[in-house]
Design a protein around this ligand. Structure first.
Ligand SMILES: Nc1ncnc2c1ncn2[C@@H]1O[C@H](COP(=O)(O)OP(=O)(O)OP(=O)(O)O)[C@@H](O)[C@H]1O
Ligand SMILES: [Mg+2]
Length: 273
């Protein structure tokens, strides 16, 4: 089985995992009875269609994906792909295949309208115990990390972005326990038959509903229009914008290069307005 070059580049710092992949694939195909097809050329995880299913393997240090299977299980196929099987030890999941699988980004539709119909079904309230990382715990960490990275890198962009981000982390609502997805956008919503559109690839947290704005605003042409849509669903408009800045800044630091991803900083700036 060919391992996509882009995947090998992204995870060059995890050579053991890359080397183990052919063996893992053989074992999983055997256990789950899969006829593996060609892998999708995607850099962040190994994604391989197999008949009516898609096999996905996440790298060991890709911690944001730790509870991807739990979110899919919680949704039970409502607005998201069904989880068919999971193997946590191998960091593998088997999900329903979307056919035709066109990304919402590429469909030439009003994306906000499609997302507005999906989001209320995906934002479910969680009861303890649940396996999801709490946004409040992440926010505590980001409140330390982001200013530290900013200083260490010689304050390479406007301070107002960091100030808003830190204020947002520090005011995190510790009692909120909505299932929210840090990576919801039109690239992770695929055309399907069981429902017209299904979400894939969640990076879940438990916390404020407004956090969900992060992925949507990161990829938005018109930030205001998306904020209007989110406000229409009952989210706080300015809090959604604030999380858009704060979360994208937290995700803008490259741990491998020890520097900022310029494009992510630019996205935070655009959302700030
Ligand atoms: N259930 C599915 N049905 C059909 N195609 C899928 C499915 N899951 C993934 N794919 C295809 O594989 C691509 C990458 O999948 P996914 O988003 O889960 O991986 P990823 O590595 O986390 O990607 P990225 O980080 O780039 O968003 C999708 O854009 C889609 O083309
Ligand atoms: Mg994706």
């Amino acid at each position: 089985m060919r391992i996509p070059d882009a995947l090998a580049v992204t995870w060059a710092h995890e050579p053991e995992w890359l080397a183990a992949l052919p063996g893992l694939l053989e074992e999983l195909a055997d256990v789950w009875g899969l006829a593996l097809e060609e892998p999708v050329d995607t850099p962040h995880s190994l994604v391989i269609p197999a008949g009516d299913a898609v096999l996905k393997l996440n790298a060991p240090s890709h911690v944001e994906a730790d509870t991807e299977a739990d979110a899919l299980a919680r949704w039970g196929g409502e607005g998201a792909v069904r989880l068919l099987a999971r193997d946590d030890e191998r960091r593998a999941l088997l999900v329903e295949r979307c056919v035709p699988g066109t990304r919402l980004w590429d469909a030439g539709l009003d994306e906000a309208e499609v997302i507005a119909a999906l989001l209320p079904r995906l934002q479910v309230e969680l009861r303890e115990p649940h396996p999801f990382t709490r946004l409040a715990d992440e926010a505590d960490r980001w409140a330390e990390d982001v200013p530290r990275w900013y200083e260490a890198s010689g304050r390479p962009f406007e301070r107002v972005l960091v100030d808003l981000a830190v204020d947002t982390y520090r005011t995190v609502d510790r009692s909120a326990s909505w299932l929210v997805n840090q990576d919801l956008h039109g690239g992770n919503v695929l055309a399907a038959e069981r429902e017209p559109w299904l979400v894939i690839d969640p990076k879940p947290l438990a916390g404020e509903r407004e956090l969900e704005a992060s992925g949507l605003l990161r990829n938005a042409d018109d930030v205001s229009r998306w904020l209007d849509m989110l406000a229409g669903l009952g989210l706080d408009r300015e809090r959604a914008r604030a999380w858009g800045v704060a979360h994208n800044l937290a995700w803008a630091w490259d741990e491998v290069r020890h520097d900022w991803h310029e494009n992510h900083v630019a996205e935070a700036r655009r959302i700030f307005g």
